[in-house]
Design a binder for this molecule. Structure first.
Ligand code: SF4
Length: 475
């Protein structure tokens, strides 16, 4: 059988970024990527445990793969494997040949030399054995790139499995991050997203003591042990020093070119005033921040063990808006958390409307194994969760339409992503692009005006018409 591989990725941008690294490893071993996962020799499932629906789809895929291809080597990696004991995993996914902690991905070539379709192996996690961050990703886009800067989370929200699956927070050396970004920019990348489960807590030690930037600069920070935990701290606990802001500042100082710098996913508590200051003074920081609110009810936030109130988030957003008036915000909301009443849900709707989030990643609460909320009694059935999800999305649609309408008549900067077609004897060209808030823009340009507009270019577009998720305009 030919040396072919395919990867199915579930979950967040971090998982997609990890899959790009897996591609580099496999291609350095002369494996060829194929799109058809059922026919490849190696099938990698890069899974997610944050939502039950993703985990279920990943588990079902393993069964389906084996049914259709008896000779395939199935490798299971990502966020799931550390949440279960080996014997539970073997029972849940008997068709998987290798369970691989994502941090051990550099072991893959060696594993592939010994594994066969009849064996089953559990690769142990040897913490800090390899800095897997430094494996270069095989970029799936020529002009957009994800750069992981930290992994893990020390915050232990009661519903979230990330601190269990990804472990304690670890931060990559700043020097390595900046060098990687410089190379990407030289290659023509125009949008860089700094990634981490708790991206703006970069460089802070478990227990929340900050390191000096010099230490983080050279060595990064690696967790001392898997169970190192932090105490929940007060909002914005360190007045003067914030390693993430320092990192962002240094990236911008060392690079002259124009590009968009984004970061995902930040925590409201780690949104330091220094970061607002850096963003205010440099338009290369995308004018759209993601600030996970999760709920508008303080009672529910307490049950979630979120270390902030709804007003803390609102005040932080007002503080940012005061400094950067043209900024937009997106958020995460969980509906149907145990004990969330209709009154609590109404509080969420109220604050969502007040802030005017232009996009919301809504999650219907589902229990995750080994999290504290696993033992909470569900008080909201699926029908009610779906209703709350629907109501929230209706509100979102009206907010995002208003935001689109506010753009009509304005000139906005957009990153060109796709050329649609030439119209009317090549007189006009149609392109699709994206604003830094993520909103899609369809625009036309007269061929005579700019024949050389390329995918991956920045261009100013005058907005003429508004839709909910897309606006239309011309150059
Ligand atoms: S801060 Fe985010 S990643 Fe960390 S436990 Fe809470 S929800 Fe999960």
């Amino acid at each position: 059988m030919k040396k072919t591989y395919s990867i199915k990725t579930f979950g967040c941008q971090m998982n997609f970024s990890d899959s790009e690294k897996l591609e580099t490893i496999l291609e350095s071993e002369n494996f060829e990527k194929v799109d058809e996962i059922y026919s490849s020799k190696i099938a990698i499932i890069n899974s997610c445990a944050v939502r039950k629906s993703s985990e279920d789809r990943a588990v079902n895929l393993t069964k389906d793969l084996r049914k259709k291809n008896k000779d395939q080597i199935i490798i299971f990696t990502g966020c799931v494997e550390e949440n279960f004991r080996s014997k539970d995993l073997a029972k849940m996914m008997p068709d998987v040949n290798v369970f691989l902690p994502i941090s051990e991905m550099s072991e893959l070539p060696e594993i592939l030399r010994r594994v066969d379709e009849n064996s089953q192996e559990f690769i142990p996690k040897i913490r800090n054995s390899v800095n897997y961050f430094s494996i270069s990703p095989k970029l799936s886009s020529k002009f957009k790139a994800f750069v992981p800067i930290m992994t893990g989370c020390d915050k232990f929200c009661t519903y979230c499995v990330v601190p269990i699956t990804r472990g304690a927070e670890e931060s990559r050396p700043a020097r390595e991050i900046i060098d990687e970004i410089k190379i990407l920019i030289k290659k023509g990348v125009k949008e860089i997203t700094l990634l981490g489960q708790n991206v703006n807590s970069y460089g802070t030690r478990s227990g929340r003591k900050s390191l000096s930037f010099q230490e983080i600069y050279k060595k990064g920070f690696w967790a001392e042990n898997e169970n190192s935990k932090t105490k929940i701290q007060n909002f914005e606990n360190n007045e003067n020093f914030h390693p993430f802001s320092q990192l962002v500042k240094q990236i911008l100082e060392e690079i002259d070119e124009f590009f968009w710098l984004k970061f995902f996913s930040p925590h409201p508590n780690d949104f330091h005033k220094n970061l607002i200051e850096v963003a205010k003074n440099d338009e290369r920081i995308a004018r759209s921040f993601h600030i996970p609110l999760q709920s508008g009810s303080n009672k529910v936030l307490e049950l979630m063990k979120r270390p902030h109130s709804a007003d803390d988030v609102l005040n932080k957003i007002l503080e940012i808006k005061k400094e950067i008036p043209d900024i937009t915000f997106t958020t995460d909301i969980i509906v149907g958390f145990p004990n969330e009443t209709e009154e609590d849900f109404q509080k969420t709707l109220k604050i969502v409307e007040k802030i005017g989030f232009v996009n919301i990643f809504t999650g219907k609460f589902s229990k995750r194994f080994r999290t504290p909320a696993w033992n909470f009694e569900e008080t909201c059935d699926n029908t009610e969760k779906r209703r709350r999800d629907f109501v929230l999305n209706q509100l979102l649609e009206s907010i995002t339409l208003k935001h689109s309408e506010s753009l009509v008549g304005k000139e906005v900067l957009c990153l060109v992503e796709e050329k649609l077609q030439d119209l009317e004897n090549n007189q006009n060209q149609i392109f699709i692009g994206r604003l830094d808030s993520g909103k899609s823009v369809e625009f036309s340009i007269q061929s005579s005006q700019n024949k050389n507009l390329q995918i991956g270019d920045f261009v100013k577009v005058k907005i003429l018409k508004a839709g909910m998720w897309r606006v239309w305009g011309e150059v």
